[in-house]
Write a protein that binds this ligand. Structure first.
Ligand SMILES: [Zn+2]
Length: 446
């Protein structure tokens, strides 16, 4: 009864104008949110157990009595993985009639994961998106231009729905070449632009040479970006670049940055978050359960992203707790002669190095008995090779004492390999760390 009232109030709050919603959500008591989460989780779990053939079979096989489960953590070692979605197909997860679907390919398999949604879910996500954009300073008189890739991707649909509640002028360019975008965007003089981070780096390079126009903020989704590259973009446009964190499986936004840019404020109204196997620093794979989806709910979905849940309040004062910046994808963590490394290590090695592009990739392979870490970077000019190598080595010594020791002990070799611009990027996502030693083993077995 009380939970029903709380849900009614929440529904009412989300229907308000964004600025009023924020004010109300900020004064909502924590116990009300917890209670609502709990009720929503129970409802989602029952729905999945009753109507999804995948969950019904899995719960039966594992002897899980859903009626007794109050919280996702009580499901023990039960998780849903991307591989489950691929192997069983989206239809095995359906619990209701879908209106639309989106796809995601990821970096580990060419087989897309398909995820289904209803129009009601699209609208709800749109409302939350509008509230988030309002918090970042977007107003009705802003002019929005989006370069989000519209091919099977969820983000343009979520954005479109959000903007509908903001009521601002917007144009969708799709993901066209930055040069063409630059030429055509000028005519609209957009105050807010949405795009992918690497694409934005290229656009900003063009804009630095040919001139900018006044921009309120830039917003990037779809992948991670280093602080160095963010800084370059922000200085070109003299405007902040905000990032969001999300997946197609989660229906886009799991969390979004605020003006402090210190982690992503998470959407606890729509998701329950866990990091069940966190290390001593609190970092572990993010696992989430959808709370308001009724077409294709996901129970304890393994995001494959390594991060930390931040419960301390943010200096911005917003009620929503945070997810720390994602450190790595689980499949990009590599144990090698260097140590236990992931993308953030190479990000640090390249931070402040001059004469290189935004994209890079680290490949770990065997070089005789030792591991060779080949850091592939785009050089602005071939003659920079030696200088870049020296700078990276200096950073290794200054920033990673342990890795440097291993280097001096000749446990591995670190080399810079120049690549042509744009060579590393095949699809939307760039895999940052590749372990070729595993592939060699894999082929050897076959
Ligand atoms: Zn904040």
């Amino acid at each position: 009864m009380l939970t029903n009232i709380i849900e009614q109030i929440e529904h009412f709050i989300l229907q308000m104008e964004p600025q009023r919603s924020v004010r109300w959500l900020n004064v909502s008591p924590a116990w009300a949110l917890e209670r609502m989460q709990r009720a929503r989780f129970r409802r989602t779990l029952r729905l999945a157990a009753e109507r999804s053939s995948f969950y019904r079979a899995e719960f039966k096989r594992r002897g899980i009595a859903v009626r007794r489960i109050e919280h996702p953590s009580e499901l023990g070692d039960f998780y849903t993985t991307g591989e489950d979605l691929r192997a069983h197909g989206a239809e095995a997860f359906l619990t209701g009639r879908a209106d639309t679907a989106f796809e995601t390919t990821g970096t580990t398999s060419a087989v897309p994961k398909r995820v289904f949604f209803s129009q009601r879910e699209l609208d709800e996500m749109g409302r939350i998106t509008a509230i988030g954009l309002y918090l970042l300073g977007m107003r009705r008189d802003d002019r929005v231009l989006s370069a989000y890739d519209c091919s099977f991707w969820v983000s343009p649909a979520v954005l479109r729905n959000g903007l509908q509640f903001m009521n601002c002028f917007h144009v969708e360019a799709g993901k066209i070449a930055p040069q063409e975008f630059y030429e055509r965007a000028r005519a609209y003089r957009p105050t807010v632009m949405f795009c992918g981070p690497s694409w934005l780096v290229r656009l900003s390079e063009l804009a630095r040479e040919r001139g900018t126009w006044p921009v309120k903020f830039l917003y990037a989704g779809g992948e991670n970006i280093g602080e160095e590259a963010r800084h370059v973009v922000e200085s070109v446009w003299a405007a902040p670049l905000y990032l969001n964190y999300g997946q197609t499986e989660s229906f886009g936004v799991l969390g979004s940055e605020c003006r402090r840019k210190d982690g992503y404020h998470r959407n606890d109204l729509f998701f329950s978050f866990e990091t069940p196997e966190a290390d001593a620093d609190g970092y572990g794979e993010l696992v989430y359960t959808t709370l308001v989806r009724d077409v294709m709910p996901l129970i304890r979905y393994r995001s494959t992203d390594v991060t930390r849940l931040v419960d301390e309040p943010c200096a911005c004062g917003l009620f929503a707790k945070r997810i720390a910046k994602v450190r790595a994808r689980c499949d990009e963590m590599v144990v090698c002669g260097m140590g236990n490394v992931g993308p953030w290590v190479f990000e640090e090695l390249l931070r402040g190095v001059r004469g290189i592009g935004a994209d890079w990739q680290a490949v770990v392979r065997h070089d005789g008995p030792r591991d060779l870490i080949e850091l592939q970077v785009e050089l602005d000019h071939p003659s920079f090779h030696g200088e870049v190598e020296r700078a990276v080595r200096a950073h290794l010594r200054e920033r990673f004492g342990d890795f440097w020791q291993n280097y001096e002990m000749k446990l591995y070799e670190l080399r810079i390999a120049p690549v042509a611009r744009g060579q590393l990027r095949e699809g939307r996502k760039l895999r940052r760390v590749i372990d070729e030693r595993q592939m060699a083993r894999h082929f050897a077995v076959r």
